[in-house]
Design a protein around this ligand. Structure first.
Ligand SMILES: Nc1ncnc2c1ncn2[C@@H]1O[C@H](COP(=O)(O)OP(=O)(O)OP(=O)(O)O)[C@@H](O)[C@H]1O
Length: 728
């Protein structure tokens, strides 16, 4: 579930800005034609998407040129020289996975990496020399120790005054020059330097992988920049007519007009039949081969993609110059709602836009591109059973695989509100879920397509419940031993994510799924990010309000894995009491509720607190921590009881100072899990009647006091959320 939904919450806007909107605005700046087209209101949806996708490519190519110029010709490129079957890193799962193309560093615009937990170290990271980058590169794959996060890396926003006063160009140049080493690549990649000085990143065959951690959980490369591929690829296949495959004649005709026709073919995909030399472009999988591979072939031109990736930091830095430079979160709240467009514009339409305009648009170079969707099965191969839930970005169905009879969850990526192409939020989610494999993370089995290009479905393992819906139907809260079982699974999943440089950023009970085998899994990775890099100024507005860490609520420009740990504290309390711990209605109310329970923080317990932007607001000073009253050691009033060590863990999860907040690893080793009552084993967890036929959303929104759900109810009443067809 996403942080915010419609209207009432800025989280939703944040998602938009972080994903397609910001992305697309930047892309629009690349082409005067497109600007013109927008001005004229010529925004035919399908055509627009295809064109936008092409513009994305162009804009990035332009970025690349500029960057290369500034970066002394140093260029990052990737190559994929082996077949996909060997590079997934998840054993037999690999070949079935769709590959969303190679990505060296899944960076947000503006992200740089930090491998240190201290601010000083961050600064010094920023000063990292080219030689250090080179060293990482020359070492090829990092050592296991090098890959693993040693300190608490921090996501931060670079908005210091000095930086604001620098010219855009010097900032770009500095950013390019001083880029710290990126977060580690998924272990399936190797980096090497090729003679022209480029960094080459290529998948590693299992047989070649000398890394002792070859059982890397990372199954496939992560690449977010497949927007263009997703849109263009099927119709641009050099081998297979779009009409044959998708029956989208109109789009095919439109595309014939297009001046830019990159060669796309599935042989460039890592899942292509082990022979992906350029000479084999145009290979078509035969009917027998297709089901075997059956995952989306979402690879793209690897050179383009990695070069594009390398561009994002400086673009993000430029975006810091926007009007949100000095944002006061309390005031910005309203502004974000009201001035969404202008703020979004400011995120991207700064000097970089001018730069785009000043630079002649480069001819789109032919790239090795791939067709992505050909290997996907059709959603028609599933029988729809019922709708489970509908979120901002997806509709989730229960469905049955007609061939195997397996019951699955199908999450359809919502496209109706997307004007600028395939939603980046969904791409992030698909990529992360395809890349990661862990018992505590919901498994995406494959991606299937609907009858037109806009329909993309994630096929996930079906989970009978989400914790939010489940707790609403339970008469009693979970027992301590059950909470321990659930918390252990949750902590394992979070540790796995954090070890792999990913923040979930939207942990809450509705994003925790439970099946009738006592297994708990984390879902909804739409807000998840690789971390170790600075993000844009508004990204402190992630995480649904009730589970949002105080540093985010107070507008901190730096945040880290600790934000997920705070959410876990809120979830632990909720599991014990069956009630949300802090159910604020606004950010101010949320902080007020936190301060009333835990006491108002101060400089002593949280150094740096008083400098946080939101602390300008005068909060009532609550002196005492009353949390123990809510979770006493013994109770005659029905309050949830919690042992001393359990309370210690809860306190450590809800520690104000993010630097001192407990990590997932330390929490897993906490003594609470070793004292009686011991954690219940999964097999002995209670089972609950599956409410298959119920739309969880309907059930939830009728009951929930969550203002987000309230908003949904209104929308439902207004009939906004209708869907048509078998799968919407
Ligand atoms: N694999 C699954 N099995 C069963 N139910 C699922 C599964 N995945 C998601 N759901 C249900 O669908 C709901 C919405 O899923 P999800 O949060 O991924 O969608 P979303 O569009 O991102 O929602 P939001 O608007 O909250 O972001 C979940 O709360 C859960 O109830």
């Amino acid at each position: 579930m996403a942080a915010g939904r419609h209207g009432g919450y800025r989280d939703n806007e944040i998602r938009d800005r972080e994903s397609k909107f910001e992305f697309s605005r930047r892309d629009f700046t690349a082409s005067k034609d497109d600007c013109e087209r927008i001005r004229n209101g010529n925004r035919d949806l399908e055509r627009g998407r295809v064109r936008d996708a092409r513009d994305i490519v162009r804009a990035r190519q332009k970025d690349t040129k500029e960057r290369e110029g500034m970066n002394g010709g140093n260029r990052v490129s990737t190559s994929r020289s082996d077949s996909g079957s060997s590079s997934g890193g998840a054993g037999s799962r690999g070949p079935k996975r769709c590959a969303f193309s190679v990505k060296a560093v899944d960076r947000e615009p503006g992200e740089l990496s930090s491998e240190s937990g201290s601010d000083d170290a961050i600064e010094s990271d920023l000063q990292v020399k080219d030689t250090e980058v080179q060293k990482v590169v020359e070492n090829g794959t990092r050592s296991p120790a090098g890959r693993k996060r040693k300190f608490s890396p921090i996501i931060w926003d670079r908005d210091d005054k000095k930086e604001a006063s620098r010219s855009a160009k010097s900032r770009i140049a500095t950013a390019v020059k001083d880029l710290p080493p990126p977060p580690p690549l998924p272990k399936v990649f190797r980096q090497s330097v090729i003679p022209d000085g480029s960094v080459q990143i290529s998948p590693i065959n299992n047989s070649q992988n000398e890394n002792p951690q070859s059982s890397s959980p990372v199954k496939s490369p992560v690449e977010l920049e497949v927007v263009d591929d997703l849109i263009e690829s099927p119709v641009r296949s050099s081998s297979v007519s779009p009409k044959q495959h998708w029956g989208n004649e109109q789009e095919a005709e439109q595309l014939e007009d297009d001046d830019y026709v990159p060669t796309r073919n599935i042989s460039s995909s890592r899942w292509a039949a082990g022979n992906n030399s350029p000479g084999n472009e145009g290979e078509i999988l035969d009917d027998e081969e297709m089901p075997k591979r059956r995952k989306m072939l979402l690879s793209k031109s690897v050179e383009t993609s990695v070069r594009n990736k390398s561009l994002t930091p400086e673009l993000g830095m430029l975006s810091r110059d926007g009007s949100d430079q000095d944002d006061d979160y309390m005031e910005v709240d309203g502004e974000h709602n009201q001035n969404d467009t202008s703020l979004s514009k400011s995120d991207t339409d700064s000097e970089d836009e001018d730069d785009y305009r000043q630079t002649p648009e480069p001819a789109a170079p032919p790239q090795r591109c791939v067709d992505m969707l050909q290997g996907c099965r059709s959603v028609d191969e599933f029988e729809r059973l019922n709708k489970i839930d509908e979120g901002t970005y997806g509709v989730v169905y229960r469905a049955k695989d007609k061939k195997t009879g397996e019951v699955v969850a199908l999450k359809k990526v919502k496209m109706e509100k997307e004007r600028e192409g395939f939603p980046l939020t969904s791409l992030r989610e698909i990529n992360i879920l395809l890349s990661f494999h862990h018992p505590s993370i919901v498994d995406v089995k494959e991606v299937v397509v609907g009858s037109n290009l806009d329909s993309i479905f994630m096929v996930m393992e079906y989970m009978e419940h989400d914790l939010k819906g489940l707790m609403e139907t339970m008469k009693q809260p979970f027992s301590q031993s059950e909470v321990k079982c659930l918390m252990l699974q949750l902590l394992e999943g979070i540790k796995y994510l954090h070890d792999n440089w990913v923040l979930h950023r939207d942990l809450k009970t509705s994003n925790l799924l439970l099946n009738n085998r006592g297994e708990m899994k984390i879902c909804d990775f739409g807000l998840a990010r690789q971390y170790g890099s600075p993000l844009k100024p508004y990204t402190h507005l992630v995480v649904t309000l009730w589970y949002r860490a105080p540093e985010l609520l107070l507008g901190a420009k730096q945040y880290s894995t600790a934000i997920d740990m705070w959410s876990l504290g809120c979830i632990m309390a909720e599991l014990l009491s069956k009630e949300p711990l802090f159910n604020g209605k606004t950010e101010f109310d949320q902080l007020d509720k936190i301060f009333r329970t835990l006491g108002t923080p101060n400089e002593t317990i949280w150094p740096g607190f008083s400098k946080l932007p939101g602390v300008k607001v005068n909060f009532v000073k609550h002196q005492y921590n009353l949390l123990r009253k809510k979770f006493p050691a013994t109770s005659f009033t029905g309050s949830p009881v919690l042992s001393d060590s359990g309370f210690d863990l809860l306190n450590k999860l809800l520690t104000y100072d993010p630097e001192k907040r407990i990590t997932a690893e330390a929490a897993l080793n906490h003594e609470w899990f070793h004292e009686v009552p011991l954690p219940k084993s999964k097999e002995f967890m209670p089972t609950f009647p599956a409410q298959h036929a119920q739309d969880r959303r309907m059930r939830r929104i009728m009951k929930s006091p969550d203002p987000v759900e309230e908003q949904r109810r209104k929308e439902l009443q207004q009939g906004e959320l209708g869907t048509g067809g078998v799968f919407g």
